[in-house]
Design a protein around this ligand. Structure first.
Ligand code: GDP
Ligand code: MN
Length: 388
């Protein structure tokens, strides 16, 4: 789960990480008030779950309340397009008003899990700011790394070495060691999967601040963090994914033209691969789970067909726990109920597959039945308008 910058900074502050003072606001008047309360120069920052906001016009410096209000008026309620949002952008519903800092240097600091090493990995660079991906790709030697052993924990000498590696002065290194300790504690206590500070800044006075903050929380850990689960912002999620998760279905939006209804994640992967191999791309996949009940299948159809990118649907279900004839009944009932208006290809294999095919053929619905996976893929790709 993703959270907003203002939420991430409130969390970090609890762990002693220095962040610029700020207030979140949803209206122009609240922005004006926040700027007045903070005093002096402020930054108005669009709160969306995507980076690159500076490049898209979502980060604006203002010398006072009126200028801050003007910037907020230009952002609030409007879509913000950044290199990470796609062309449609995301609607800005909140802005974060922070005290503007004078920046002497921008660093990069990122914490994530290194699965291969089974350790937390800290990455740091003196080349922080907006182009860290470029640094990693072109000059990887400028990206310093530190593994944190889960048993020994974070040791100050390792933090000091990293700080000196970044070229910090001795007094700054002390602040850095403490700041990194706070980040690591936050990462571990919150069950995060990513904590990224880009940029970490040094002011002309030699102070360090987390100027930006991105935190991803591990969904599997949310069960033990009721307070963090509340930070979820449904506006930032794909509406159909939210609708599916409410009824216990797993829906993932993709960018192709073929809607996929499957049971089980492994079959979903195989189905997407074979659609790709047949020359088209999946528009989404919807995992109805092991059970694949009639209700689940009906709801799944409703969700799939709301996706305007879907030009044909492939149902690919393996009847193991659930019998294929039951699934076929569900598919038939659902197709009738939702007034299916795109071509449908159905492949059912497993228990009672023969009876299932007979039911589908007798239904007189405009659907195609397939036995083999490659055959199903070819049929659905043709039905969706052919190869790309
Ligand atoms: P992002 O573009 O979404 O990554 O948003 P950031 O919060 O990282 O801001 C982008 C850039 O705006 C930073 O790298 C800074 O150069 C600039 N910026 C943000 N806040 C301040 C500030 O308080 N003072 C100054 N001078 N620049 C800022
Ligand atoms: Mn940033």
């Amino acid at each position: 789960m993703n959270i907003h910058e203002y939420q991430a900074k409130e969390l970090l502050a609890r762990f002693g990480v220095p962040v610029p003072e700020g207030r979140v606001a949803e209206t122009v008047e609240d922005v004006r008030e926040a700027a007045r309360a903070l005093g002096g120069g402020v930054v108005v920052k669009a709160q969306i779950h995507a980076g690159g906001r500076g490049k898209g016009g979502g980060i604006k410096l203002a010398d006072g309340p009126d200028a801050a209000a003007d910037h907020a008026a230009a952002m609030l309620g409007k879509p913000l397009v950044t290199p990470q949002t796609g062309a449609r952008g995301r609607i800005v519903r909140k802005v974060y008003v922070t005290r503007a800092l004078n920046i002497d240097h921008e660093y990069y600091l990122g914490l994530l899990i290194d699965r291969a090493a089974s350790k937390l990995l800290v990455m740091a660079s003196a080349e922080g700011g907006v182009e860290i991906e470029k640094v990693a790709a072109e000059t990887p030697e400028k990206l310093l790394k530190l593994h944190v052993d889960p048993i020994a924990g974070y040791l100050p000498w390792a933090g000091r070495r990293l700080g000196y590696g970044l070229g910090l002065a001795p007094a700054e290194v002390n602040a850095f060691v403490k700041l990194l300790g706070g980040l690591i504690k936050c990462f571990e206590r919150c069950d995060a999967s990513l904590v990224e500070i880009n940029p970490l800044v040094r002011t002309p006075q030699g102070e360090l601040f987390a100027l930006d903050a991105k935190i991803n929380l591990d969904d599997n850990g949310l069960g033990r963090h009721a307070d963090l689960a509340e930070l979820r912002d449904l506006h930032e999620e794909e509406p159909l994914e939210v609708e599916a998760s409410r009824v216990g279905l797993n829906y993932i939006k993709l960018d192709g033209t073929v809607g996929c209804m499957v049971n089980g994640a492994g079959l979903a992967m195989a189905t997407m691969d074979i659609i790709d191999l047949a020359g088209a791309r999946p528009a989404n996949f919807l995992d109805v789970g092991g059970g694949a009940s009639k209700e689940a299948v009906t709801k799944a159809f409703q969700i799939l067909l709301k996706d305007p990118d879907v030009r044909a649907v492939l149902v690919n279900i393996f009847g193991g726990i659930v019998r294929c004839d039951r699934v076929a009944e569900g598919v038939i009932a659902a197709a009738r109920e939702v007034a299916l208006d795109v071509p449908l290809v159905v492949r059912l294999q497993g228990t009672n597959a023969k009876q299932a095919r007979a039911l589908l053929e007798q239904s007189k619905l405009p659907l195609e039945v397939a036995e083999e996976l490659d055959e199903a893929a070819r049929k659905v790709v043709a039905a969706a308008g052919g190869t790309r």
